[in-house]
Design a protein around this ligand. Structure first.
Ligand code: NAP
Length: 496
């Protein structure tokens, strides 16, 4: 289970070298590298009451990662004894807590501290930050806020009238006893497919409300063997090789051109259809579970127990449109009524909300929301012209569907560290990306995205903004990103 931290100490009044917002993978990685490089004083603040960000908050049954643990972990904080190929939430959250303790990050951490605004003070060359626990000043500001933590609950008519218990998958109500209950689950994304198989056996009846079926591939999860673990403990090289192997297996998809509809798409679709056929003998049910868009357009899901769970006698898949929610349950557009005791929203997150909820004002009083009014974008997804000494981790167009985000985060952290070292070396106050470097980068990204599978694959998804532009995903291989982002080139920046 999660661990709650004691009351935070008073916030420091000195000017920090770096303020890191968020104590998830990104913030922790940045903190460790600051420690290693002697960059300080620095502080990590997080609005939550525990370490781990998304891995602290998402505690729903079966919460797990769909990237193998040996790859979904920090390269500079390796762990030999992952219990399974695919880590589950409690193990990942524990890994992050242990890493914080082992690296001595504890004294730099202030939990329960929400950042509300950050304003660049041009005269002083620092960020003035407002938090719900008082002001902070920092030369550099690093956002490790992630994107998937403001639950999206759709405004279905009658939503507030439901008389039973209702909650979002990201704020699971562990006090709600699901045994013998009639449960409704709205949504069939990465979260739902993980918890539906676990709660279905307890339910009297479970109705899964599907709007768009996902493509689901086999997961092949397994425990790590004692032999593997002992080899990784004794031989760090073996552990490193295992990680490399996993990296290349995932990266191969990008190198084979997964960003476009291709022969590979058709082959992957036939594999996914075979996976569905093996688990679901009922042709009518299979039909409703078969996506009508190209594989890869939405995030591809992996699971071995999702389809079998849908064949249980107490589970029903409802694929018609929801008309409204009533005190007693859900009424469909065709008039069918589903009486429910509990309603679980597995409806994802408001991706745009993360950065926009923190009022960020850069040089000349320019708000980030203004700078982004024609589209969200940052140089390498990390720095924004007009916002000196601001570094975004997991920023725009750096998300991945095919490989480990941790590898991307580490590259972004190295980029930020490289900029901070350049500042220190030059004795300068501010480092800011040149507008022409940012414009060139964004033009390249947008050109690559123009005919990508996310826009041409026949689906809509949270990858796209209101104008249909993809501002979330990186349109290429991780290797290509590492080449461009890992080491900042000073000609792309202006020091002042
Ligand atoms: P999601 O992928 O955004 O899925 C939301 C689901 O809710 C979709 O099936 C969506 O249908 C449905 N939905 C939304 N609004 C609806 C409405 N008004 N009526 C009916 N259905 C509605 O959310 P998620 O499953 O929480 O996952 C979010 C992201 O978190 C993932 O993509 C992934 O990046 C991350 N995640 C990762 C893992 C992992 O193992 N790495 C696990 C969990 C989550 P439509 O498809 O029709 O929009």
């Amino acid at each position: 289970m999660t661990q709650t931290a004691p009351d935070p100490a008073p916030l420091p009044s000195e000017t920090l070298a770096v303020l890191i917002v968020g104590a998830g993978f990104s913030g922790i990685a940045m903190g460790i590298r600051c420690l290693q490089e002697g960059i300080g004083p620095f502080l990590i603040v997080d609005k939550g009451d525990g370490i781990g960000g998304t891995w602290h908050e998402n505690t729903y049954p079966g919460a797990a990662c769909d990237i193998p643990s040996h790859l979904y972990s920090l390269s500079f904080a390796p762990k030999s004894d992952w219990s399974r190929l695919y880590p589950r939430q409690p193990e990942i959250a524990a890994y992050l807590r242990e890493t914080v303790a082992a690296k001595g990050l504890g004294p730099h951490l202030h939990l329960g501290t929400r950042v509300d605004a950050a304003v660049w003070d041009e005269a002083e060359g620092l960020w003035r930050v407002e938090t719900d626990r008082g002001p902070l000043r920092a030369r550099a500001l690093v956002s490790g806020m992630g994107a998937l933590h403001h639950p999206a609950i759709p405004a279905i008519p009658g939503r507030d009238d439901f008389a039973g218990k209702s909650f979002h998958s990201a704020s699971w109500d562990h006090g709600c006893d699901l045994r013998g209950k009639r449960i409704g689950v709205i949504g069939t994304g990465a979260s739902a497919i993980q918890f539906v198989p676990l709660i279905a056996p307890e339910a009297d009846r479970l109705v899964l409300f599907q709007r768009t079926p996902p493509w689901v591939m086999p997961k092949h999860d397994r425990p790590m063997s004692a032999r593997e673990t002992s080899a990784f403990r004794r031989l760090p090289l073996a552990r490193w090789l295992f990680r490399q192997r996993l990296f290349w297996i995932h990266e191969l998809r990008a190198l084979l051109g997964f960003t476009k509809v291709s022969k590979l798409t058709a082959q992957a679709e036939s594999l996914a259809r075979h996976h569905l056929r093996k688990a679901v003998p009922d042709k009518a049910l299979r039909d409703r579970l078969t996506p009508r868009y190209r594989l890869g357009c939405k995030r591809v899901l992996v699971s071995d127990d999702y389809y079998p769970a849908l064949t249980r006698p107490n589970v029903a898949l409802e694929s018609g449109g929801i008309a409204r929610i009533t005190p007693a349950g859900i009424v469909m557009q065709d008039g069918t009524e589903h009486p429910l005791d509990v309603l679980i929203y597995a409806t994802g997150f408001d991706v745009g909300a993360s950065l926009s909820r923190v009022r960020t004002v850069g040089r000349g009083g320019l708000a980030l929301s203004q700078a982004w009014r024609d589209g969200v974008g940052a140089f390498q997804g990390i720095t924004v012209s007009g916002f000196p000494n601001l570094f975004l981790l997991m920023g725009p167009n750096t998300g991945l569907g095919h490989n480990s985000m941790i590898v991307m985060i580490e590259a972004q952290v190295e980029h930020a560290i490289g900029c901070l070292k350049a500042l220190r070396k030059a004795g300068a106050k501010a480092i800011e990306v040149r507008p022409e470097a940012q414009a060139r980068f964004l033009a390249e990204v947008r050109a690559k995205l123009a005919d990508s599978i996310w826009t041409t694959g026949g689906c809509t998804s949270w990858y796209l903004d209101a104008q249909g532009r993809n501002t979330t995903l990186w349109p290429g291989s991780v290797l290509a990103y590492l080449r461009g982002a890992r080491r900042p080139r000073l000609r792309d920046y202006r020091l002042s």
